[in-house]
Write a protein that binds this ligand. Structure first.
Ligand SMILES: Cc1cc2nc3c(=O)[nH]c(=O)nc-3n(C[C@H](O)[C@H](O)[C@H](O)COP(=O)(O)OP(=O)(O)OC[C@H]3O[C@@H](n4cnc5c(N)ncnc54)[C@H](O)[C@@H]3O)c2cc1C
Length: 309
């Protein structure tokens, strides 16, 4: 494709600008994007799409990609939760209403041996501040604080960039002066994969009802891998909480890797529920009286989840 053709496609297909790009490590970034249109109304926890043309460059070290004929002029779009840095540069709660951008927390997927070749993240990671991209004009999603009452305990459990919507929901709870306990746990491979760690530690100093816990399964020196499921079964989560997990006044939010979440299926004929293997958080919590939201069963419970793939 010629430089002129690329310029014309970018002009026609893009509607937003990267206004800040913070690289946490080579494979992880916090991106702020300002749309050309007024920021759509939305609730913390929701998502929109980001997109880039297949004509854009990809970072080195990713799985090779073969484009189908005609694909090079198309735009690849994926869903991204809106994230939030919670505090501003002075350490006060961000005044999001005074901003005109949206924040995203994105990991580079270098390869996918079992399925489609990752198309968007190798291109997102080639972006620089000032570059243009496509942002969906609709912010949507069911994963919000809507069911949470003021006195409820709120537990956010995530893997990797799955903490993005939790950060925005945490900001909302703190802004509302939520009196209930808020616990946020994020499980990653290495401590360097925790892009918001310093902010969470600052929040713990400022808000006595807020607890953050990081689990790093492959960090050198870790003698025992602790996953989110283990944190619950061992009683360590309740220890942090200071009281038993009570389904009557607790909402649990799960976001990220589908294996951590473990969404059950139900046999239409027999009505039997089957949980996936390895055991996910939903199975563990349902055995303790919690119930997951399942749209297909028209059931709204106190476990809410967002699977990233
Ligand atoms: C509602 C929703 C919100 C999302 N929000 C975020 C977000 O805030 N941040 C974010 O990084 N991703 C998020 N994702 C995932 C995102 O949409 C893309 O799938 C991801 O960025 C990879 O894009 P890709 O085109 O490079 O590869 P894809 O073709 O989309 O994915 C290829 C494979 O990569 C793996 N994969 C996808 N996402 C991840 C991930 N986050 N971590 C590890 N492996 C992954 C899966 O095995 C997947 O099959 C979200 C997904 C959904 C459905």
């Amino acid at each position: 494709m010629t430089a002129e053709e690329i310029r014309e496609l970018r002009q026609r297909r893009y509607n937003a600008t990267v206004i800040s790009l913070q690289r946490i490590n080579p494979d992880l970034m916090i991106l702020r994007v300002k749309p050309d249109f007024p920021r759509p109304p939305h609730q913390p926890g929701q998502y929109c799409t980001l997109g880039l043309g297949y004509w854009e460059p990809r970072v080195a070290g990713c799985q090779a990609e073969t484009l189908a004929p005609g694909e090079e002029t198309k735009v690849v779009r994926r869903a991204y939760s809106i994230s939030c840095s919670i505090l501003d540069a002075t350490g006060e709660l961000l005044r999001i209403e005074e901003t005109d951008w949206l924040e995203f927390y994105i990991v580079l997927v270098r390869e996918n041996p079992d399925g489609r070749v990752p198309a968007l993240t190798p291109r997102l990671f080639a972006l620089q501040e000032g570059d243009r991209l496509q942002m969906g004009e609709r912010i949507t999603g069911h994963y919000t604080l809507e069911p949470v009452r003021p006195t409820d305990t709120v537990i956010f459990l995530s893997t990797g960039t799955g903490e993005a919507p939790h950060n925005y929901m945490t900001w909302e709870l703190l802004r509302r002066r939520h009196p209930g306990r808020i616990v946020s746990v994020c499980c990653v491979r290495y401590l360097r994969d925790l892009g918001y760690s310093a902010i969470h530690h600052e929040l713990m100093k400022r808000y006595s009802n807020y607890t953050y816990l990081a689990l790093a399964t492959r960090e050198p020196g870790i003698t025992q891998k602790v996953y989110i499921q283990d944190l619950i079964t061992s009683g360590a989560l309740e220890e942090r909480l200071g009281h038993p997990l009570d389904p009557a006044n607790t909402h649990v939010f799960l976001c990220g890797n589908p294996k951590m979440i473990g969404v059950p299926t139900r046999d239409k004929q027999t009505g039997t529920t089957t949980y996936p293997s390895p055991t996910g958080v939903i199975e563990i919590l349902e055995a303790r009286g919690f119930q997951a939201d399942v749209a297909a069963w028209k059931r709204k419970g106190n476990i809410h989840f967002e699977e990233y793939w």
